[in-house]
Design a protein around this ligand. Sequence first.
Ligand SMILES: *[C@@H]1O[C@H](CO)[C@@H](O)[C@H](O)[C@H]1NC(C)=O
Ligand SMILES: *[C@@H]1O[C@H](CO)[C@@H](O)[C@H](O)[C@H]1NC(C)=O
Ligand SMILES: *[C@@H]1O[C@H](CO)[C@@H](O)[C@H](O)[C@H]1NC(C)=O
Length: 484
Amino acid sequence: METTRGRWSLLTLLMCSFLSNLHYAAADVKFSRLLHGEEHLLLKGEAKWLDQRIDHYNPQDRRTFKQRWYENTDHFKAPDGPIFLRICGESACRGITNDYLMVMAKDYGAAVITLEHRYYGESLPFQDLSTENLKFLSSKQSLFDLAVFRNFYQELVNERFNKSGTENSWIVSGISYSGALSAWFQVKFPHLSRGAIASSGVVLAILNYTDFDKQMVESAGPVCASALRKVTREVEAGLKRDAVATKKLFGAEQLKIDGDFFYFLADAAAIGFQYGNPDMVCKPLEEAYKADGDVVDAFAEYVQDYYVGYFGVSVDTYDQEKLKNTKPGPDSGDRMWWYQVCSEVAYFQVAYENSIRSSEVSIKYHLDLCSNVFGAGTYPEVDVTNLYYGGTAIYGSKIVFLNGSQDPWRWASKQTSPGEPSFLIKCHNCGHGSDMRGCPQSPLQPGGDATKCENPQEVLKARELIKTKVSEWLAEPDKCSSQL
Ligand SMILES: *[C@@H]1O[C@H](CO)[C@@H](O)[C@H](O)[C@H]1NC(C)=O
Ligand SMILES: *[C@@H]1O[C@H](CO)[C@@H](O)[C@H](O)[C@H]1NC(C)=O
Ligand SMILES: *[C@@H]1O[C@H](CO)[C@@H](O)[C@H](O)[C@H]1NC(C)=O
């Protein structure tokens, strides 16, 4: 049943793309994972399952796997209300997050649905995650999953409400890597969606992502940046004196490879800026720094209490030995994301001269990790990725890009798409995805509450802009359905 239907959807999909006049066409590990309290903010619904092709690009391979999805129809104005496809990125997807998109769903009478990204959570094509089995893990396969899912759900709505001939109006939305997927979806399948919201959408694959650290320096301000640099220098010296004791100070003695350890420290600092909690990192450090106190101790306390304790990040994530584990489990998402990093998008957050992070975290460190964890020759073809999607030259319309001014990821994002605006949210604690998630993002704010942002006006302005665009997109006549 599924296959005939699937084939029809594919045919309509192809027909529509000819009719449409638009041609062609995340995280690092740490993008979106484990936002503190996220679980409590999920709108729990029943998990549902879709049979999905393992390989969309090989007609001779008809194997399928079960892909998990959720729907929320609390606000849906049946049968013709809009449908928001909330794209899930590089982590398990256990429901629909109650962020600003849900507020918009209420305003527009929209249903919200979400599909777990292949290879994450329970949507596993294979029970063995060895490198050989990861060859179907890519953004391209994932975009195709989304297209199939979109048509599957449209047919479901048609059946439920006994309707035919017309389609609902679709909007896709995502944050970070899923923000990039959202923009790419709009470019690849413009006939399937009226428009895309790309919040901090990282559309540019980058091998030498030094801007990440440069943004950290800017977001931190001179005093905090100097304090963080001092931490790095002193820890480097500490490692030479007594590596075990130094790592132990951070609860990270298991990290045998120094690069893994420095990566862990760099991420611990970055997370504060990324998710809009800069003061959590900077306040104690600046105090110690100004008083000529022990900055390493102050930072170690922050790492243990906040990054590990409160944020819940596990040191294992940085341990290459652990990343080699091919058995699916609660932490296998880290391995999966590293595979995407090592094969497609890189975003290698490397040191530069006088950067905050240690020079141990170099391009070589990343490439060694890729070979060590996935086998020799694993290499991210960033040029191919950017050739395929366009990088920051991505050419698509009806996409809004939004950046937070403090977000170290914003340099992998995009200024604007032709004819559409983009927006930079400027405020002291606006980070990665603040437009959708509010401030701070840990703990998550229900409905993406922006009142705790330092400058809520900036966020509200961006939201108004999103809504203006979404309203415009939704008001357009549905060219595609009427052609069918
Ligand atoms: C569905 O619509 C068709 C045509 O309008 C109608 O004949 C049929 O009775 C409807 N079925 C249900 C279950 O409402
Ligand atoms: C990476 O970028 C930095 C500048 O930010 C530059 O100094 C360095 O040479 C680059 N490395 C490579 C391998 O391109
Ligand atoms: C978003 O970030 C990109 C990449 O750094 C930057 O070029 C652009 O100016 C930002 N967007 C806006 C609207 O400022």
